[in-house]
Every structure is written in structure tokens, then in C-alpha cells.
Design a protein around this ligand. Structure first.
Ligand code: AMP
Length: 209
């Protein structure tokens, strides 16, 4: 089961991934998580990525594509994967298809989680993330409801950066909806509902593969 999750920042990709991981046991691969860890550790990748991330811009395709080719060739991704935050440009999507097809793999399902822009802005502004397990909660969570860890606000969830991230999404990432629709693997899901209801549709879409 090779899944791509599409949707604006804050659409619920991470939340739905958490459930898919628990139920299906395939790895959740989030380029944002990988990049944040690289920034924290001060690796060469992290140093190159930080400025783009702070500004809400995309990290250049070549850095991301190399990173993901490497990640997808690891053993745990051979049985399937959930991609969250990648691809984000049509160049990344084409590179992903090329890399997968080299060893007879392909994307089975691209799930577009759709949420109106005003709801996205509200969600991102109040989003708080657990430092320990990465769970996404809200400003009303005093501690992580999953593991009790400390909740923090991502720098790029501050109002000045949110606007740019949404513009970048519209310009660079929204065209992927057409890309995957053309490939015949797109399923649209209404993400402006209760998490359980969204997950029911996500699961139904995957089971139809
Ligand atoms: P996310 O956690 O997916 O919202 O990603 C946070 C930030 O990491 C983005 O705003 C980008 O700066 C960078 N990033 C994550 N994934 C990608 C990608 N596939 N291509 C380029 N930049 C990315």
C-alpha cells in the first residue's frame, strides 16, 4: 500500500497518518519531520533547509528528492508507506514515480484532504505539536494527550509565515491534484469534519485499491 497524502498545511495529513500507522503498521514518512530533525541536529541538510522553512518557502527539489530516494529504498518502506508533505511540486512527483518504477513500485492512492482556507488558518494558528511524539493538538492541550510530552508552537505556524505557506501550497502543490487525477489514483476526502469521519473515508478509499 503506497499512499500519498495531499492537502494544505493543517488539513490533517499528520493526524490521519497517525491512525493509518496504528492500523496498518506501514511507515509514515514526513519530509517536514525529517527536515525539522535535521535542523535540530544541525546536519548539513538542516543548515541548508532552515532558511527556507523559516520563511515558509519550499526547500529546493534536488535536496528533497535525494533525501526521499534514500528513505524509500530502506527496508521498512518496501512493504508500503504513507507520504506526508511529499511530493510538493510536480517535479518531485515525477521524480518519485521514476524512482519507484525502477523497482516495479508505484503510488496506489493519492488522498487529497480538502479543507476551506479560513478553517486552515484557524487550525494552524491554534496548532501545538508534541516535542516527544509529534502528535498535533491544539492550544488548549496543556500536555500531549497521547504521551504527556510538552506541546509547542512550530515557528512556521506563526501568523506571518502561515500566509506564505498557504500561497506556496496554492502555487506549487495544489497542481498535484491534477497530476494524480491524471494518473487515475486521486481520491478526494472532505477534511472539514470530525477526525473519525475523515478517517472512515480515508480507509474506504484505501480499501478500494
Ligand atoms: P510540513 O511539516 O510538511 O508543513 O513542512 C514544513 C516545511 O518543511 C515546509 O514549509 C517546507 O519549508 C519544508 N518541506 C517539507 N516538505 C517539503 C517538500 N516535499 N519539498 C520542499 N520543502 C518541504
Amino acid at each position: 500500500m503506497n499512499i500519498v497524502l495531499l492537502g494544505a498545511p493543517g488539513a490533517g495529513k499528520g493526524t490521519q497518518s497517525e491512525r493509518l500507522v496504528n492500523e496498518f503498521g506501514i511507515p509514515h514518512i514526513s519530509t517536514g519531520d525529517i527536515l525539522r530533525a535535521a535542523v535540530k541536529e544541525g546536519t548539513p541538510l538542516g543548515k541548508k533547509a532552515k532558511g527556507f522553512m523559516d520563511a515558509g518557502e519550499l526547500v529546493p527539489d534536488n535536496l528533497i528528492i535525494d533525501l526521499m530516494k534514500d528513505r524509500l529504498s530502506q527496508d521498512d518502506a518496501r512493504r508500503g508507506f504513507i507520504l506526508d508533505g511529499f511530493p510538493r511540486t510536480t517535479a518531485q512527483a515525477a521524480a518519485l514515480d521514476a524512482a519507484l518504477s525502477q523497482d516495479g513500485r508505484s503510488i496506489d492512492c493519492a488522498l487529497a484532504i480538502e479543507v476551506p482556507a479560513d478553517v486552515i488558518v484557524e487550525r494552524l494558528s491554534s496548532r501545538r505539536v508534541c516535542r516527544s511524539c509529534g502528535h498535533a493538538g491544539t492550544a488548549s492541550d496543556a500536555a500531549c494527550p497521547v504521551c504527556g510530552g510538552e506541546m509547542y508552537q512550530r515557528d512556521d505556524d506563526k501568523p506571518e509565515t502561515i500566509k506564505n505557506r498557504l500561497a506556496v501550497y496554492e502555487n506549487s502543490t495544489a497542481p498535484l491534484i491534477d497530476y494524480y487525477s491524471g494518473a487515475g489514483v486521486l481520491v478526494r476526502v472532505d477534511g472539514n469534519r470530525d477526525v473519525d469521519q475523515v478517517y472512515a473515508d480515508v480507509k474506504a478509499a484505501i480499501s478500494h485499491d
